[in-house]
Design a protein around this ligand. Structure first.
Ligand code: N7H
Length: 425
C-alpha cells in the first residue's frame, strides 16, 4: 500500500545479553519476503531490524563481512560522498548507533501497537537515541515524494524471480544478497542472503526547487510559464512528476504512460537516427535517472551497480507561507534506503563516481556536469547541463543544493538465519 507511515528508530544496545534473549521473542514477527508476498499472512504492521558494524561488535560478532565501507560506518565515508557533515543530525556523527528498527503500517493505530510491542519486548536492553517518523503524502500525492515525483517506478529484479517488466534491469542475486551468484566477496556462511543497507535522511528544499524552475523555464514557444517550469524539473529528474520518462515524452507529460508499468521503464535513451553521444533533445545526460542507471549510455550495459531503493517521505506538506516566501521553514524530505550486497559497488559508487562526477556519463559531446537532484561537491557550486531542450548543451550553475544530507548509517540487514546466528552466538 502507498498509504504507509513508518517509524525508524536508531538504537544503542545497552545490554547485549538481554537484547539477544529478547530478540528471540521478536523474531517470529519479522517481516520476511515470504510473509509479505502471501496476502493471508501479511501483517497489519511490519517490523525489520538492521545492525551497524558497531552493533555487531557490541553483540560479539567479529567475523569479517568483507565490506570495509560498511565496517567504517557512513560518517567516516562522508568525504567519499563529497559531503560536508555540518548538516548531519548529531547522532549520526560517529559510530555510536548500533542498529535501526523500522516498523511500518498503513494504519496509525497498528503502527502504535507495533511500536509499543517492540518497546515492551526489547525494554531497557536498548536505548532509542534517535527516531524519525516517515509519512506517506496525502491524497493524489500518495506514492510521490516531496518534490512531487512519483517514486518507486524503476527497480532491478533478480534473475529467475518472475518475469521482468519491459525495460526492467535483471541482476544476479548476488548484486543484492550476500553470498549469492556474482557476489564477488568472501562472506561468512551465516551471512548468506543478508544485504547491506545505506540509510540516509535527505532533506528536500521544495519551495527553493520550485523557485529555481520558475526562474529557469524551458524556452519552448507557446508553452505556459507553469508548463515550461514543469519541463525544467522533468529534465532534471528524467521523468515527469507522473513518472512518464522524458525519453518517451520529451515535451509534454503523459500521465497514462507514467502509470503504465508495461511502458514506463521501456526506454534506453537511444532512438533511430539519434547520436547517443551528443543528442540530449529528449533527456539530458545529467538527469537524475540517467546518471544513476545509464542504460545504453554504457556499452556493454553495466549491471554491476544496481541498488534496490525504498524511500518514504518525512515531514509536513509545504505550507502557504513557505510557498509564498520560496523558503523552507519546516524540515521535510526523504528517508532513503539503498539495498545491495556491496556498498562500494552500489550506493557509494553511484554517489561518488556517477552522481557527483561532472565527466560521467562520457565520452559525450559536452561535459554532463552533476546530477542536479543529488549531485554534491563538498558545498562548492555545482553545474549541470541540458535543462532547456532548445539549448541542450547549455550549462547552468545551480544556486544551491536542493537536497541536503542530514546523514545516516550503513547497516547489515540480516536474513532470518543470519539474525538467529547473531543472537544465538
Ligand atoms: Fe533517486 N525522487 O523521489 O524525486 N529517484 N532520489 N536516488 N534514483 C528516482 O525510477 C529521488 C537518490 C536512484 O532506474 C526517481 O523509481 C530523491 C540517491 C536510482 O531509471 C525519483 C532523492 C540515489 C533510480 C527519485 C533521491 C538515487 C532513481 C524516479 C533525494 C543513489 C532509478 C522514479 C532526496 C545514490 C533510475 C523511479 C532508473 C530514481 C527521487 C536520491 C538513485 C522520482 C528526491 C541518493 C538508481
Amino acid at each position: 500500500s502507498f498509504n504507509i507511515s513508518d517509524v525508524q528508530a536508531e538504537v544503542l544496545i545497552v545490554d547485549a545479553a538481554g537484547f539477544k534473549r529478547q530478540m528471540n521473542m521478536v523474531i517470529p514477527t519479522i517481516s520476511t519476503v515470504d510473509i509479505m508476498l502471501d496476502t493471508s499472512t501479511q501483517p497489519t504492521a511490519t517490523f525489520n531490524m538492521a545492525l551497524s558494524q558497531s552493533g555487531l561488535d557490541k553483540l560479539g560478532i567479529h567475523d569479517n563481512l568483507n565490506d570495509t565501507i560498511f565496517s567504517g560506518g557512513q560518517f567516516a565515508d562522508a568525504p567519499n560522498l563529497a559531503e560536508l557533515t555540518d548538516t548531519w543530525v548529531s547522532q549520526f556523527k560517529g559510530t555510536s548507533i548500533h542498529g535501526v528498527y523500522i516498523t511500518a503500517s498503513d494504519a496509525s493505530d497498528s503502527l502504535m501497537q507495533q511500536n509499543s510491542a517492540v518497546q515492551t519486548v526489547l525494554g531497557t536492553t536498548i536505548s532509542v537515541v534517535y527516531s524519525i517518523q516517515g509519512q506517506a503524502r496525502p491524497g493524489d500525492q500518495a506514492g510521490h515524494e516531496h518534490f512531487g515525483f512519483l517514486d518507486g517506478i524503476s527497480q532491478p529484479t533478480i534473475e529467475g524471480f518472475g518475469t521482468p517488466l519491459p525495460g526492467q534491469a535483471v541482476v544476479p542475486a548476488g548484486t543484492l544478497l550476500l553470498g549469492r551468484e556474482q557476489d564477488l566477496m568472501t562472506r561468512p556462511s551465516w551471512a548468506t542472503d543478508s544485504s547491506f543497507v545505506a540509510f540516509r535522511q535527505l532533506k528536500q528544499l521544495v519551495p527553493e526547487f520550485n523557485t529555481f524552475a520558475n526562474d529557469h523555464p524551458a524556452s519552448i514557444s507557446g508553452m505556459s510559464q507553469a508548463q515550461a517550469a514543469e519541463l525544467t524539473q522533468a529534465r532534471m529528474m528524467g521523468r515527469w512528476k507522473s513518472g512518464a520518462p522524458v525519453d518517451l515524452a520529451p515535451l509534454f507529460d503523459d500521465p497514462a504512460l507514467g502509470a503504465d508499468p508495461m511502458r514506463n521503464n521501456n526506454f534506453n535513451f537511444s532512438h533511430p537516427g539519434f547520436n547517443l553521444s551528443s543528442n540530449q533533445v529528449h533527456c539530458p545526460f545529467s538527469a537524475h535517472i540517467r546518471k544513476n542507471v545509464p542504460r545504453t549510455d554504457l556499452n556493454p550495459i553495466d549491471v554491476g551497480h544496481h541498488i534496490l531503493r525504498s524511500g518514504i517521505p518525512y515531514g509536513p506538506e509545504v505550507t502557504e507561507v513557505e510557498q509564498q516566501s520560496g523558503q523552507t521553514m519546516l524540515e521535510r524530505g526523504l528517508l532513503f534506503l539503498a539495498v545491495q550486497s556491496n556498498i562500494g559497488a552500489g550506493f557509494q559508487f553511484l554517489q561518488k563516481l556517477w552522481i557527483n562526477n561532472p565527466d560521467f556519463v562520457g565520452p559525450k559531446s559536452v561535459k554532463p556536469g552533476l546530477d542536479p537532484i543529488m549531485g554534491q561537491i563538498s558545498g562548492s557550486a555545482r553545474f549541470t547541463i541540458g535543462l532547456d531542450p532548445m539549448d541542450p548543451e547549455g550549462n547552468t550553475t545551480l544556486p544551491m543544493q536542493f537536497v541536503i544530507s542530514r546523514g545516516g548509517e550503513y547497516f547489515l540487514m540480516p536474513s532470518l538465519t543470519a539474525l538467529r546466528h547473531i543472537i544465538n552466538s
